[in-house]
Design a protein around this ligand. Structure first.
Ligand code: ZN
Length: 696
C-alpha cells in the first residue's frame, strides 16, 4: 500500500506572505520563480520547482550519493529503471482504453507544431497535454473526474490536421478527418466516461467507471465471477483477479491475463528483457532469487507465482538497491481487485534508515501497547523491515505523482506469515519540503504559536507519521479466523478503512513518550504539531482539491476527513477540538491534545474490530457518515482562501535520467542527469518506451 501525500507546508512562502496574484490564470510562474530564487540559499542549490499549471506543480528530486555507488550497483539501477519505464504505457491503458490513442495524438501535435509557442490556443493545448501526461489519461489522477481542454473543438481539430499524419494513431485506411471525428467526442463530451473510478455505491460501480479493467461485464456479474473462486478455508489465498481484465466474449465471462503472450505482452516482454539483465548484476542471492521469481510471474501470469515472488522479495532485506515492479495497487479498481502497474527503483539511505529501523525494532512494543482488543493484536509481529530509500526512477502508478511511503506486499497472509517491507521515500519527502511554501500554514492555522509549532515541528512529525503508518500501522493487527481478506469483506470501503487504521496507529503514538525515549522525536511538541496539522488538513485544507459540490471519493482523503470529523464530533462535549470563526474565517483549534489522543485510540480499536471481523455495515457507516460528505459552506470558504495563495494543490516529479557510458560494448559507468523540462521528458518517454498499440 502506498502513502499519498497532502501538501507539506514549510516555511518558504510564509516569507512571501499572501500572494497578490490571482489564481484565475493557468500558470503561476512568477510565484514559482520567486520561491525558486529564494530557495537558492547557496550556489549549488538544486532547483526543486520546475513549473506550475492548472492545479498541478512539477517538481524535481535528487539522488544523493549516486556517484558513490559501485559500477555494478549503477548498472543494476539502470536496468531496473529501463524495466520500470517499459511498463509505463500499461497504466495508461488501464486508466481508460482510449488513453493511448489520445496521448499518441497529443504527442504527434506537440512534436510537429511549427507555429508560435505563445499562441493562446497552443498554450491552452499544451496545458491540456501536460494535464493528460500528468494523469496518464484524460481523468484527473486524484479526483478521477474527466477534465477538458480549454481550446475549442474546431481549433483542436486544426491542430490534429496540421500534425504529421504518420505519427497519428490512425486505423488502417482511416482518414485524418474521420479519425478526428471519432476522437474529439471522447475528449470533449462530458457524458462519455465522466469518471475514472466511481465509488458511488448507489450506482453500478463498474459501468460507471472508465477504468479498463472490465468490459461487457457489470458489477454483479464481476462479483459473482470472483466470489465463486474464493475458498474461505484456503489459508494462503492469492489475490484473485489482480492481474487481468474481465471481459465477456460470446456471452461467456473470461479473464484476459496480463503476461508474456497475454494482454500487454508487448510491454511485459520488454520489462522481462531488462529484468533478466538486472539478474546478471544482482547484489546477492536473495535479490537474484526475487528478480527471477518476478520474471517467472510475468511469464506465467500465475498469481501463485506472484506470491512466491513477494515472499522472496520480503526476504531480501540486505540489498542497497531495491525495486517494486508489478501489478501492485488496487485503488483504481472500484471493486479493489485489479492492480495498476507500478515501479519504484530505489537505493537505501543508510543514515535516515536508522530512525525508521528503530520504530520497526520496537514493533512488538507498539502492538502490545495499542488500544486494540487483545484478540486483534498480533502475538508475534513478524519481519517488519523498515528503511528510508531514495527514489531513482518511478513509473506507472508511481509517477509523476508519487507515494511517499510504501508498504508491501499487499497480500494479507504473506504479511502475517512472512512479514512486509516498509519504506519511506526520503529524497521525495525532502523535495516536497524544499519546494513547499508556508502560506498554507499562515492562512489556515489559528494563531502564531500554533503556526510556529507546525512550521518548526511538522516536518519531522510528518516523517515519523509516514514511518509509523507504514511500519507499525499497516503491519499491525490480525484478522479473526475464517473471516477472509478485507478486500472481500469490506469491499469498496476496504482501502479507506485500511488507510484510516494505519493513520490512527501513527497518530496514537505521535503523542507517546516512547518516541522521545527511543530518541526519534525530541519532544511531544512534535506530536502536538502533527495533531494540529492532521485536524486542519482533514477538516479544511484538503477540500481545496475538490470542486465545489463534489463529495470525497479518494480513499486517503476519505479516511482523513473521517478521522478528523469523527474526533471533532466525539470530543464536542468536552470541547476537545473547538471550531472558531473570526473575521469570517474558520479555524479548528485543539484544546486538549491528550484527550484527542484517547479519541484516536478509540477509533483505532473500532477500525481494527471492523477489519478483524469483516464488519462491512459498520465500516460503511463510518466512511459514509464522516468521510464522504462535504460541508458546502466550509468548502466554499476553503476554496476562496486557498485560491488567494496561488498554490497548486497537486504535485508530481520529473524523473532523473540514467545513461550508460559504453566502451567496447560494455557499460563502464552510468551517468545521472536531472532533466528540467516535463514536456521534453514526456515526449522522450513516448518515443522510447511506447510499446502498446492504441485501441481503435
Ligand atoms: Zn497506507
Amino acid at each position: 500500500m502506498t502513502t499519498k501525500l497532502f501538501i507539506v507546508p514549510i516555511s518558504v512562502a510564509l516569507v512571501l506572505g499572501a500572494c497578490k496574484s490571482n489564481q484565475s490564470d493557468i500558470t503561476s510562474q512568477e510565484v514559482v520563480a520567486k520561491q525558486d530564487t529564494m530557495m537558492k540559499d547557496s550556489a549549488e542549490a538544486f532547483e526543486y520547482v520546475s513549473e506550475q499549471f492548472a492545479d498541478l506543480r512539477i517538481l524535481r528530486y535528487e539522488v544523493p550519493g549516486f556517484d558513490q555507488l559501485s559500477l555494478q550497483q549503477k548498472e543494476l539501477l539502470y536496468y531496473l529503471s529501463e524495466a520500470a519505464l517499459c511498463g509505463r504505457d500499461i497504466m495508461w491503458d488501464q486508466n481508460y482504453k482510449f488513453n493511448l490513442t489520445i496521448r499518441k495524438t497529443i504527442d504527434a501535435i506537440a512534436e510537429s507544431y511549427k507555429g508560435d509557442v505563445n499562441n493562446e490556443d497552443y498554450k491552452k493545448f499544451m496545458v491540456y497535454a501536460k494535464r493528460v501526461w500528468f494523469s496518464r489519461g484524460i481523468h484527473h489522477h486524484y479526483g478521477s473526474e474527466k477534465f477538458f481542454p480549454e481550446l475549442s473543438q474546431e481549433i483542436f481539430a486544426q491542430f490534429i490536421s496540421n500534425a504529421d499524419a504518420s505519427k497519428l494513431p490512425l486505423n488502417a485506411g482511416e482518414s485524418v478527418k474521420d479519425f478526428t471525428t471519432r476522437l474529439l467526442p471522447i475528449i470533449y463530451d462530458p457524458k462519455i466516461a465522466p469518471k475514472k473510478v466511481s465509488l458511488d455505491s448507489k450506482k453500478d460501480l463498474i459501468l460507471n467507471s472508465a477504468v479498463n479493467f472490465y468490459e461487457g461485464v457489470n458489477q454483479q456479474e464481476a462479483i459473482a465471477f470472483y466470489e465463486k473462486m474464493v475458498d474461505k478455508k484456503d489459508t494462503t489465498p492469492v489475490m484473485i483477479g489482480l492481474n487481468s481484465k474481465l471481459v465477456k466474449e460470446n456471452g461467456v465471462i473470461v479473464e484476459k491475463v496480463w503476461k508474456v503472450g497475454g494482454m500487454y505482452t508487448q510491454a511485459i516482454e520488454k520489462i522481462v528483457y531488462w529484468l533478466e539483465k538486472a539478474i546478471t548484476v544482482a547484489e546477492n542471492a536473495e535479490q537474484k532469487d526475487a528478480l527471477q521469481k518476478l520474471v517467472k510471474f510475468y511469464k506465467s501470469g500465475s498469481l501463485k507465482d506472484f506470491d512466491e515472488y513477494n515472499i522472496a522479495w520480503v526476504k531480501d532485506t540486505q540489498s542497497a538497491i531495491d525495486v517494486t515492479n508489478g501489478f501492485i495497487e488496487v485503488y483504481e479498481d472500484p471493486l479493489g481487485k485489479k492492480a495498476t502497474f507500478e515501479s519504484v527503483v530505489s537505493v537505501r539511505d543508510f543514515e535516515a534508515s536508522k530512525r525508521i529501523a528503530m520504530i520497526g525494532a520496537n514493533a512488538q512494543w507498539f502492538e502490545d501497547n495499542s488500544t486494540l482488543f487483545p484478540e486483534h493484536k498480533k502475538k508475534n509481529v513478524k519481519g517488519i523491515s523498515a528503511k528510508v530509500i531514495n527514489a531513482v526512477m518511478e513509473s506507472g502508478d508511481a509517477a509523476p505523482s508519487t507515494p511517499i511511503g510504501i508498504n508491501l506486499p499487499n497480500n494479507e497472509w504473506i504479511r502475517e506469515t512472512h512479514g512486509s517491507k516498509s519504506v519511506n521515500l526520503g529524497n521525495i519527502v525532502e523535495a516536497y519540503e524544499k519546494a513547499a511554501g508556508g502560506s498554507v500554514v499562515n492562512e489556515f492555522y489559528y494563531n502564531d504559536a500554533i503556526k510556529k509549532n507546525v512550521l518548526d515541528y511538522a516536518g519531522l512529525a510528518d516523517k515519523l507519521h509516514t514511518d509509523m503508518h507504514e511500519v507499525i500501522g499497516h503491519a499491525s493487527g490480525q484478522i479473526e479466523p475464517g473471516i477472509g481478506q478485507p478486500h472481500e469483506t469490506l469491499k469498496n470501503y476496504a482501502s479507506a478503512l485500511e488507510e484510516g487504521r494505519a493513520d490512527l496507529v501513527a497518530l496514537y503514538y505521535l503523542m507517546d513518550q516512547k518516541l522521545v525515549d527511543l530518541g526519534v522525536m525530541p519532544s511531544l511538541e512534535y506530536g502536538k504539531a502533527s495533531y494540529d496539522e492532521y485536524i486542519t488538513k482533514g477538516l479544511m485544507v484538503q477540500l481545496s482539491r475538490l470542486k465545489l459540490g463534489d463529495n470525497i471519493e479518494e480513499a486517503h482523503m476519505r479516511n482523513r476527513q473521517m478521522i478528523a470529523k469523527w474526533a471533532f464530533e466525539k470530543g464536542q462535549k468536552e470541547n476537545v477540538i473547538e471550531k472558531k470563526v473570526e473575521n469570517g474565517k474558520t479555524f479548528f483549534v485543539i484544546n486538549d491534545y491528550l484527550k484527542l489522543r484517547v479519541l484516536f485510540g478509540e477509533l483505532l480499536k473500532e477500525l481494527q474490530r471492523i477489519k478483524s471481523q469483516g464488519d462491512y455495515k459498520a465500516g460503511k457507516a463510518l466512511i459514509e457518515n464522516y468521510g464522504v460528505k462535504v460541508d458546502l459552506a466550509l468548502h466554499k470558504e476553503v476554496l476562496e482562501r486557498y485560491t488567494k495563495l496561488s498554490m497548486a494543490p497537486y504535485q508530481g516529479f520529473i524523473q532523473p535520467k540514467l545513461t550508460p557510458v559504453m566502451k567496447d560494448g560494455k557499460i563502464v559507468d552510468v551517468k545521472i542527469e536531472y532533466p528540467k523540462s516535463f514536456t521534453e521528458q514526456m515526449l522522450e518517454y513516448s518515443k522510447n518506451y511506447s510499446f502498446l498499440p492504441a485501441i481503435n
